[in-house]
Design a binder for this molecule. Structure first.
Ligand SMILES: [Zn+2]
Length: 219
């Protein structure tokens, strides 16, 4: 008896869901989708992945809120909800740093609808203000890999210099506290907690870790 109990205990450690599913007969209603990527998306994905090689990584269906953040915290709620449920069709990142390089939107016939156009314009504006190039292509059953190669060339060849934070430096200061060049909000004083610079102070962004801008303290 003791052995049996012990066995069950072991199993429930390995498969915690076993125990739960025994208790409740009502099954959760989730099933795996057979159309994770639409035919047009999958066709494009295959062409794109053959072009970018291993230097770049393609993410599909990426939520805007996982790519962008709201720079001014007191406006967070309203602006966050606008990006919380929208997705980019594809996001291409540098494989080494996972830094986003450019986004891709495939426009099918639904993109002609008014509400859809509003959404598309909003996504375009978000990408523009945050400095992420966005490629918009008509959804097709088949893609010409030469055409796609030409379209992505500007982003791929300059992949090191294309960066989300490549915005002009803002040198404005408020009461000697610098503004974050990316978020345009006052930075905060931080202290290095470890390593050879331990104890040294610097200005960091309030939005850390979403924003990693920092500035030295100047006398
Ligand atoms: Zn910042």
């Amino acid at each position: 008896m003791a052995v049996a109990n012990e066995k069950q205990g072991c199993l429930s450690v390995i498969f915690p869901f076993l125990k739960r599913s025994q208790k409740t007969s009502k099954e959760l209603p989730y099933r795996l989708r057979d159309d994770f990527l639409s035919p047009a998306e999958f066709s494009f994905y295959k062409v794109l992945s053959s072009l970018v090689g291993s230097q770049l990584t393609i993410q599909s269906k990426v939520r805007l809120a996982d790519v962008f953040f709201v720079a001014r915290p007191n406006e967070n709620m309203a602006y966050f909800s606008k990006i919380a449920q929208k997705h980019l069709d594809f996001l291409v990142c540098d494989s080494v740093t996972m830094k986003p390089l450019f986004g891709v939107e495939l426009d099918d016939s639904s993109h002609k609808r008014n509400d859809r156009q509003e959404r598309d314009e909003f996504i375009e504006s978000v990408c523009k203000v945050a400095g992420l190039p966005l490629l918009r292509l008509a959804a097709q059953r088949e893609y010409n890999s030469r055409e796609i190669a030409a379209q992505i060339a500007p982003f791929v060849s300059e992949k090191v210099s294309v960066s989300v934070s490549s915005q002009p430096e803002v040198s404005k200061q408020v009461n000697s506290v610098p503004l974050c060049p990316k978020c345009s909000i006052p930075m905060v004083l931080r202290t290095v907690s470890q390593g050879e610079h331990k104890g040294k102070q610097f200005y960091g962004c309030q939005n850390y870790p979403r924003c990693r801008e920092m500035k030295p303290i100047t006398a």
